[in-house]
Ligand binder design. Structure first.
Ligand code: MV4
Length: 443
């Protein structure tokens, strides 16, 4: 096992990784920007290195500074967390070239899944259904029109280097496609540095269901069930739960088995998530994430496994040591993302937290790096806490979440707690009937 791990991230996820390291007897190195000098992950780490000014590109994305920090502190491995450099194949390769272990999948697998066209192609060839779409990328209008009439309108134009829904464009007919294609290509080039786009049939009311996979890269591979992430706003997840209220046991087993078989054939090492759209009883693969995800705690609550601990063990070369039959998924868990935002307009609300009281009790978990008098900086994403409630069934999880939200006090900044309180009392949410249009009703 590693002696010392450098955590190349900030906020609650840096602290989450720190906790797993401590429990395994691993020393931690925190890196931080000048804006995060007083952050909790910095206070708790064994060693700290300031790697640059507030702007992420100069600090948390500064590969040279991070590698230097690992060298001077004598770290064995680097955990990228999520966001920032977590899905940067060049970073993963650079970490390994400098003699450190990258805590994540191989650079090749990160690169493959980073191009959404290549990823879809690879996953389809491994026997998983994908959304009907163009056979590959589309460069010109003639190819796009031919593909679109084969698929059928409405069509979604997506960026090959995008993902997470950013930069998607819808076209209802031929003339809209002609208008949107160059706009989508231009945006893809300027946002993601690659102008390649592809087409997909636009599903009108899908649910977003993702499967959590753990592979040791030497034959051991399991899934930990699914998460339903259908509640999103501007492609930001707002609330996640496991299991999905939309799936029955047979569908769960089928999807899990398909995912495990596919990634087993790929020889996948690390944690990963296969994202699907689910509509009218059918699953369609859309993307794979090759990182730890924000919403991993809901899976931990129902599986009892510490996913970050598993990441560290796998990266250190240990075998999984258990098989699918050993995985027992139990009860129901819901995660509410508590953001420093206005609950109505979603405008960011950085600033000093003047009052702070966390809920607790059985089945309630809070992942956060905030504390009384902590100043939420304006430079990074607005997540201040993840509130997770678990119960023997969905009803009990909702009851615990409702009570926990009531007892979660945050003063000095606006948060999305009131939004979650309204969701927990919504009849459609309570009935498990949510789709992509759900959050619009809360405006
Ligand atoms: C789609 C889609 C409809 N049809 N793809 C992809 C990433 C995710 N953040 C949103 N994505 C979507 N991809 C096709 N072919 C609709 C969405 C979508 C969505 C999906 C599930 C849950 C919420 C959503 C909100 C907006 C868009």
């Amino acid at each position: 096992m590693f002696n010392k791990v450098l955590i190349a991230n900030r906020g609650e996820i840096a602290l989450r990784i720190h906790r797993a390291c401590r429990e395994m007897g691993i020393k931690t190195v925190a890196v931080h920007s000048t804006a995060d000098a007083a952050a909790m992950h910095v206070r708790l780490a064994d060693e700290t290195v300031c790697i640059g000014p507030p702007a992420a590109r100069d600090s948390y994305l500064n590969v040279a500074a991070i590698l230097s920090a690992a060298t001077i502190t004598g770290a064995d491995a680097i955990h990228p967390g999520l966001g920032f450099l977590a899905e940067d194949a060049d970073f993963a390769a650079a970490v390994e070239e400098h003699g450190f272990t990258f805590i994540g999948p191989s650079a090749e697998h990160i690169r493959l899944m980073g191009n959404k066209v290549a990823a879809k192609d690879a996953i389809r060839k491994l026997g998983i259904p994908t959304v009907p779409g163009s056979p590959g990328g589309v460069c010109d209008l003639a190819t796009a029109e031919a593909a679109a009439s084969a698929i059928g309108y409405p069509i979604l134009i997506k960026a090959a280097a995008g993902g997470g829904g950013r930069g998607m464009k819808i076209a209802h007919d031929r003339s809209e496609l002609a208008h949107m294609l160059p706009i989508a290509q231009h945006e893809a080039a300027s946002f993601f540095g690659c102008g390649e786009v592809y087409l997909e049939r636009h599903l009108e009311r899908p649910r977003h269901i993702e499967i959590q996979i753990l592979g040791d890269g030497r034959g051991g591979i399991v899934h930990l069930g699914e998460r339903d992430c259908s509640l999103q706003r501007s492609h930001q997840k707002v609330l996640e739960e496991s299991p999905s209220p939309a799936l029955n046991t047979a569908e769960r087993d089928r999807l899990g088995t398909l995912a495990v078989e596919a990634l087993s054939e790929l020889g996948y090492k690390g944690v990963g998530t296969l994202e699907f759209l689910y509509q009218d009883g059918e699953f369609f693969f859309i993307e794979m994430n090759t990182r730890l995800q924000v919403e991993h705690p809901v899976t931990e609550m129902v599986s009892g496994l510490d996913i970050v601990r598993e990441q560290l063990r796998i990266a250190a070369g240990a075998p999984l040591g258990y098989c699918q039959a050993d995985i027992k998924l139990c009860g129901h868990a819901i995660e509410c993302r508590i953001n420093a935002e206005s609950p109505d307009t979603f405008a960011p609300s950085p600033g000093r937290i003047t009052g702070w009281n966390l809920p607790g009790n059985i089945g309630v978990r809070v992942d956060t790096a905030a504390y009384t008098d902590y100043i939420v900086p304006p430079y990074y994403d607005s997540l201040v806490a993840k509130l997770v409630a678990q119960g023997r069934d969905r009803e009990e999880a909702i009851a615990r979440m409702r009570r926990a939200l009531e007892m979660f006090v945050v003063e000095g900044i606006y948060t999305t707690i009131p939004l979650h309180q309204r969701i927990m009392n919504d009849p459609d949410f309570i009935a498990g009937k949510v789709d992509t249009t759900f959050l619009q009703r809360f405006r």
